[in-house]
Ligand binder design. Sequence first.
Ligand code: SAH
Length: 211
Amino acid sequence: MNWVATTAALNLAKNLRDLGLKDETVLQAVANTPRELFLDAALEHKAYENTALPIGMGQTISQPYIVARMTELLLEHCPAKVLEIGTGSGYQSAILAQLVPELCTVERIKGLQIQARQRLKRLDLHNVSFKYGDGWKGWLNKGPFDAIIVTAAASTVPEALLTQLADNGVLIIPVGEASQQLLKVVRQGEKFSSKVVEIVRFVPLVNGELA
Ligand code: SAH
């Protein structure tokens, strides 16, 4: 990363610590990541508020709290190779790329994917592979993954993601429609155990045609 933490970014990290986030490596990544780079100029002044914001095409950049929370859950498993479904603005990808050796990320809206790729390059984050595709299918030839994070709400847990999870791997995924549960699913051999982490609100993981 070629960015120096600003006071605003440090304050955001402090707010997240006050909200109960504990992993200092995640908070450091939040402090080091210029969130305004992931937003339109008109919304830059809100970049360090702990809220989700629109990024165009009906999509949103996730709330920093939930980005940090999901990252913290995933890091508990010390993953080497991570798959993210829903690249969106690339903000969650930028946080992850600072904390794991290898990140693969899938997005179904081409325009968002192109912008995200440029932003990560600008931040000198080069350990990320981008795919334009349907996240319900995962990324078969890059797997298996030690961790998978889905940043859009699925109606059910996608079967392909379970099969692309390595043994002892973890899947962090919001499931549901109006009310969504953030699930943590852990694979042990052919068995999967699932735990509800908290109630969340994400845009839907879309079924079907690519945009
Ligand atoms: N992680 C993103 C969150 C973006 S919102 C960020 O930090 O900005 C969720 C994203 O999931 C949107 O960009 C949306 O286009 C994408 N998405 C929705 N359904 C998808 C699907 N089936 N496959 C891949 N991406 C999908």
